[in-house]
Design a protein around this ligand. Structure first.
Ligand code: GZL
Ligand code: ZN
Length: 310
């Protein structure tokens, strides 16, 4: 039968604890910080030996980290692919090394047999919720009263699943109202500074902006700085819709500087460790595990702000 000491020849700490290699995207946003904390705190609480790397948003760093986990013969690899494409080769290498892979947060365009499961939000639905809110609130979204609801879009990281899918979901929903038009769209790379710089350029070239749709709170918060610097009132002169619902975003929402936030739950640690244990116990796991999340108006934000975990 199989080698009884198999617990030690695959890099495991040998005392039955799981050794997990996690290749994180970076530290680009409040969401990412909360996501990292959830993974590290849960690993500690559950005695998982966690090896953790931050790729600073660079795919080659993420691939390198996964390769190092393969060499270290960890029991399981988990990561959030910074972009959808370009991971096939390294996933093949993990498979050849017989190390299971769990995707968290973002998806990849790769053969699904190369990973055990994908745990994360449905970003298309998040974009649809944002678009539906605008359609439902179109009446008072035309701040400058020119009959057109002129939307500028702050996109997430180019090529990243959340950026692609949120844009898709939003566009699907606003198609229902032809007075709503996305007149400019550019990536702010999910960062506050990126959102501020892109919004500054939008404001310089267009004085009829009614709405900002930002793919995450951090870019929305950057846009608020640019809007205020231009002497306009965020949430009133320019409506703002964002996605994540991290503390700073929810604070701005409760102050009325943001008008609607669609939640994207970063607290994936518990579900990730549970899935890893099941995979290593040889149990079947669902190919897709969705996270629970909702959406908030300013009134709702004020109610929940105090007890938000992130
Ligand atoms: C979404 C996640 C995105 C967040 C951003 O699950 O991948 O990346 O929305 C983060 O804040 O940078
Ligand atoms: Zn208008």
């Amino acid at each position: 039968d199989s080698d009884a000491s198999s617990g030690t020849d695959n890099g495991g700490s040998g005392d039955g604890a799981i050794t997990m290699g996690f290749a994180q995207v970076g530290a680009e946003s409040g969401w990412r910080t909360a996501n990292t904390k959830s993974i590290q705190d849960t690993a500690k609480a559950e005695g998982v030996d966690l090896k953790f790397t931050d790729a600073q948003g660079k795919q080659e760093n993420q691939i390198q980290a996964i390769r190092s986990y393969i060499q270290q013969k960890v029991d399981v690899i988990a990561f959030s692919p910074v972009v959808e494409t370009g991971f096939d080769a390294v996933l093949q290498e993990a498979k050849a090394a017989n190390i299971p892979v769990i995707l968290t947060d973002r998806a990849v365009d790769a053969d699904p047999s190369l990973y055990k499961t994908f745990l994360g939000s449905d970003f298309v639905v998040e974009g649809e919720k944002a678009g539906q809110w605008l359609v439902d609130n179109a009446a008072d979204a035309d701040a400058n009263g020119d009959g057109t609801i002129n939307v500028v879009q702050l996109e997430g990281t180019t090529g990243a699943a959340p950026a692609i899918d949120r844009a898709e979901g939003f566009a699907d929903k606003i198609a229902a109202d032809d007075s709503i038009e996305v007149t400019a769209s550019q990536t702010g790379d999910f960062t506050r500074d990126g959102g501020k710089q892109v919004m500054e350029s939008f404001l310089q070239s267009d004085d009829s902006i009614d709405v900002v749709f930002a793919h995450n709170d951090d870019m929305g918060l950057g846009a608020i700085e640019a809007i205020e610097a231009a002497g306009l009132e965020p949430g009133k002169d320019v409506k703002i819709i964002t996605i994540d619902a991290v503390k700073d975003g929810m604070t701005a929402l409760s102050e009325g500087k943001i008008n609607y936030i669609v939640e994207c739950n970063p607290l994936l640690g518990p579900q990730l460790m549970d899935l890893a244990q099941k995979v290593l116990d040889g149990e079947e796991v669902p190919a897709r595990v969705l996270t629970e999340e909702s959406a908030f108006t300013p009134e709702q934000a004020a109610e929940v702000l105090a007890d938000r975990q992130y």
